[in-house]
Write a protein that binds this ligand. Structure first.
Ligand code: SF4
Length: 105
């Protein structure tokens, strides 16, 4: 059986796969918190998945983050249509997200 954590529609963490690296928490703290045992969980008040959540999923070393139906129609892997960049060919980085206080179990 596969257990998951993810009350937020569209984002789930496969707890059977999660190794507690904390990368998702560092990448998208608005979406993910860490339980006392070190594994990730989706924050109950996490907003609908966006590019930041997708980045976290892409960076997860064990691909434990599952995102389905972003709902907004954007953020399905395509970068924003903005032609701007930082002049060296790289897209603009996402703005830093505020770090909320740690969550309880
Ligand atoms: S990045 Fe993946 S393995 Fe690391 S804590 Fe998050 S879900 Fe778990």
């Amino acid at each position: 059986m596969t257990s998951t954590s993810g009350p937020t529609a569209g984002i789930r963490v496969d707890l059977d796969l999660c190794i507690g690296s904390g990368i998702c928490v560092a990448t998208a703290p608005r979406y993910f918190g860490q339980t006392p045992d070190g594994r990730a969980r989706v924050r109950p008040q996490a907003p609908p998945p966006n590019e930041l959540a997708e980045d976290a999923a892409a960076l997860c070393p064990v691909e434990a983050i599952l995102i389905s139906g972003s709902g907004s129609g954007s953020g399905s892997g395509s970068p924003s249509p903005s032609p701007s960049g930082n002049g060296n060919g790289n897209p603009s980085p996402s703005p830093p997200a505020p770090i909320p206080p740690s969550i309880g179990p």
